[in-house]
Design a protein around this ligand. Sequence first.
Ligand code: DAT
Ligand code: MG
Length: 140
Amino acid sequence: MAIERTLSIIKPDATRRNLTGKINAKFEEAGLRIVAQKRIKLSMGQAGKFYEVHKERPFYGELCEFMASEPVVVQVLEGEGAILKNREVMGATNPADAAEGTIRKEYALSVGENSVHGSDAPETAAQEISFFFSGLELVG
Ligand code: DAT
Ligand code: MG
């Protein structure tokens, strides 16, 4: 499998509880390398644009307000099959369905406050990485 890059976000529920280091350890233990990382506070406009794909869904407003409520850590993870591997390390969207040992099983508070975002396909990974990072900021 090819070396890929994927966009990860450590969400406000996790930054608030000082879980950035524990979550990063999960990525690194899985063989994912953090090749870019920054802590930022999203505006409502930025959160709305990032999650535009979900704009018709009933939870869109709540999702954007949550993502803009407190700082997030945005990062680029690199590795063999990184997109799928990250989704495995994250676990299912709803922590009630997440497998043992996954980030969401261990740390998520609810389906909405679920600690991490990860790109779901090569096209969205490329789009989402360029939403937050310039090429100069990616240091493999
Ligand atoms: P994922 O983050 O696993 O890719 P998604 O793309 O379907 O999941 O949804 C994006 C985010 O929207 C998700 O991480 C949390 C929120 N969300 C999804 N389904 C929800 C629901 N039923 N109620 C509240 N928030 C939800
Ligand atoms: Mg998604």
